[in-house]
Every structure is written in C-alpha cells, then in structure tokens.
Write a protein that binds this ligand. Structure first.
Ligand code: FMN
Length: 218
C-alpha cells in the first residue's frame, strides 16, 4: 500500500482503556507506528462519554477500539456512541475496529463486537480485529491489521473516485433518497458500481429498474 505523499492519509485512533500504559496503550502505539511508517499522519485520543467529537472532521480514517471488561466493551467508548455527538461525526467516515480481550475470538465476534457495530451499521467498516493478549505485542499481527485497513481504504477511495464520474438525474436521485437511510447509501454505491461496469454516465429511473432486474439484483 502506498500513501499519497502530497496528501497523506489522516488517521485517528479513538480508544478507551481503564489502564494507563497497559496492553491497549501499547497496542495503540504499535498501530500508530505502523500507520506512520506507511506515510500516514496519525493522532490518538482517549474516549470520553460526553466529549465533543467535531474534531473528527479533520480525519479520513477513524480506528475505534477498546478492551473488554466484565463482558462489556470499554464503557467510555460505548458511552460516547450513545451520549455524545460521536456517531454524528462518524457518519460517512471510513472506520476500522479492534477489541482487546481475553476471550476466544468466536465469543468476541458474537458477544462483544456487536456492542460497537450496532451503532455503526451505516458506516463502511474497513477491517475489524480481535486481539488476544498474546497478539497485542506481536508486530506481525498488528502489521497485518494495519495492512488490511490501508488496502481496504485504498479500494474504498478508488470506488469513491469512480462514483464521482457517474451523474444522477433528479428522478433517480429522489428514488434513492426516499429509501430508509440505513439502506440508501448501499443502494447508491451499488447503482454507481453497476453504472461504471456498464459504461453508463447518467443514472436515471430506467437504469435503476434495469439494475434491479439484472443478475446483480440491486
Ligand atoms: C478487570 C478485568 C475484567 C476483564 N473482563 C474481561 C471479559 O469479560 N472478557 C474478556 O474477553 N476479557 C476480559 N478482560 C481482559 C481484558 O480485556 C484484556 O486483558 C485487555 O487487554 C485489557 O486492556 P488494558 O490492559 O488496556 O486494561 C478483563 C480484564 C480485566 C483487568
């Protein structure tokens, strides 16, 4: 993965942990180090449940993570997702998630990760990772996580550049805008993808109907 040197990727690691200098702090430093090595500009910030998260406007990528304590994901991160404007400023952002915990991965994926993801179902999640205690200080595991984030970021960015080449007429745009917000973004991207693949420059109501009955089944 190469980061554009003229406009480096701006990433923030937004995390929660009860301890200072504990395993999560070390993990965050390792993730940050890998991102910086790849040419990104990186900051880190600890979550507070009632902070103002408007500073997220400055970042292209948000990496959210926390440990699990007594079966619950870090309460300041969950609190921020519920009580603050965090969800508002995460809208439209590319996101990666990680958890640090001692339970088996299968348990973390079914019991812990959904505690965060339930708040982010409209976001594009580039990568998600459960770090077991022995993996938090393992440079290869951290490196693979960061590599996947950067690869998926690049893909998403290429998709966005492609979508800028496609126009929407008013009727088609209204059709998609009338859909519930949790689905309209996905339908919009799928239709832009369909248009790009079929050399269509303007998405009209006819194109929407055509795409619906295509094998892509939009
Ligand atoms: C008090 C306490 C409770 C924990 N509860 C859980 C738990 O319910 N499930 C789990 O998978 N891991 C649990 N863990 C493991 C932590 O999530 C893991 O060790 C994490 O890396 C701790 O991060 P920290 O060092 O930044 O505090 C617990 C750890 C502590 C200290």
């Amino acid at each position: 993965m190469t980061v554009n040197e003229e406009k480096p990727l701006r990433a923030i690691i937004l995390y929660d942990s009860r301890s200072s200098g504990g395993s999560t702090d070390r993990l965050i430093d390792a993730i940050g180090h890998e991102l910086v090595e790849s040419g990104a500009y990186v900051e880190k910030a600890r979550c507070r449940a009632n902070a103002d998260y408007s500073f997220l406007r400055e970042f292209d990528l948000v990496i959210l993570g926390a440990p699990v304590y007594y079966l619950v994901v870090g309460s300041r991160l969950l609190g921020a997702l519920v009580q603050s404007n965090l969800k508002k400023y995460l809208r439209g952002k590319k996101i990666a998630l990680f958890l640090a915990c001692g339970s088996p991965e299968s348990m973390a994926l079914t019991l812990y990760l959904p505690q965060i993801k339930v708040h982010l179902f409209t976001n594009r999640i580039l990568s998600e990772k459960i770090f077991a205690p022995h993996q938090m200080d393992d440079p290869d595991t951290v490196g693979e996580f960061v590599e996947e984030i950067l690869e998926e970021y690049e893909k998403a960015d290429r998709g966005r550049a492609g979508s800028l080449q496609v126009q929407w007429d008013d009727e088609a745009s209204e059709m998609v805008n009338a859909m519930p917000s949790f689905i309209s973004g996905k339908i919009r991207s799928a239709l832009e993808q369909y248009a790009l693949q079929n050399g269509i420059k303007v998405i009209t109501a006819e194109v929407v109907d055509e795409a619906r009955s295509s094998p892509m089944g939009i």
